[in-house]
Design a protein around this ligand. Structure first.
Ligand code: ADP
Ligand code: MG
Length: 247
């Protein structure tokens, strides 16, 4: 496999489930500072691709390099420490904790004698919580119990929890599902802002939203890449219209 200047280089990646190739000899290269959107019909393998990159699923073959370091077969927590953050479709915030506490517990720290319980709220952590709260637009809600937030605010909080780790690559699986029009607009602005100092892979279906945020779009179909390029090019590709956009 080649050396590369890309932040993420996925090469010849495959995974099979009971003989079914969910990802089939896939290549994907993501630049530093790039916001890549992955689209494609249900079952195309989009979520599986993220599962492979974050180490949740083991590849059958191929290579995943992050900053030129081989990630394939690395443990999930090591991949997080290396700088890859991943948001799942269902939010996993602590509903009974405040917004502040949700961000605070997400601050990365070494495991001391008492593990996570030994954590003290240092000025550093408080400062980082404030920074992230500003970034996700929840600064005024820091004392609020997370369970009381709107659906959109919960999603932003979860993105904030990932930002606490300051990942160089952030992966989001359908972040605007269930959001109102206004929440979608705010999320588009948020992702554009977040991407100024990191790369992102976003899986999304809403084409208006995709057009608004994507630097480049990758279209997946049957575990392979069907098309890739700027939104206007991909949108007018007859193969993409045939398997995805035409419906
Ligand atoms: N852990 C698994 N075990 C068996 N089959 C799986 C597993 N994960 C995904 N698949 C299958 O792989 C295919 C791709 O799924 P997925 O990545 O969820 O697609 P998408 O996110 O594009 O809708 C589907 O046919 C799905 O049923
Ligand atoms: Mg999916």
């Amino acid at each position: 496999m080649s050396n590369t200047d890309f932040l993420l280089a996925v090469e010849d990646l495959s995974v099979s489930f009971d003989g079914f190739k969910a990802i089939d000899a896939l290549n994907l290269y993501v630049d530093r500072g790039e916001l890549r959107v992955v689209i494609g019909p249900n079952g195309a393998g989009k979520t599986t691709l993220l599962d492979l990159i974050c180490g949740r699923t083991a590849a059958s073959s191929g290579s995943i390099k992050f900053k030129n370091v081989e990630m394939t077969s690395m443990a999930e927590f090591r991949i997080v420490r290396a700088g890859i953050g991943r948001k799942f479709q269902t939010p996993s915030i602590y509903e009974n904790l405040s917004v502040f506490q949700n961000l605070e517990v997400s601050f990365p720290r070494g495991r001391g004698v008492f593990g996570a319980l030994a954590f003290r709220c240092t000025a550093d952590v408080r400062e980082r919580v404030q920074e992230v709260a500003d970034e996700i637009g929840l600064a005024a809600l820091l004392p609020t119990e997370a369970g009381l937030l709107s659906h959109g605010q919960k999603q932003w909080l979860e993105i904030g929890m990932l930002l606490m780790q300051d990942p160089e690559l952030l992966m989001l699986d359908e972040p605007i599902a269930g959001m109102s029009v206004r929440e979608r607009e705010i999320t588009a602005e948020l992702l554009t802002k977040i991407c100024q100092n990191r790369s992102m892979i976003v899986i999304e279906h809403d084409m208006e939203f995709v057009a608004r945020i994507a630097h480049k779009v990758t279209v997946m179909h049957q575990g392979k890449i069907l098309a890739e390029g700027p939104m206007d090019q991909v949108q007018n590709d007859p193969r993409v219209i045939d398997v995805y956009l035409g419906h």
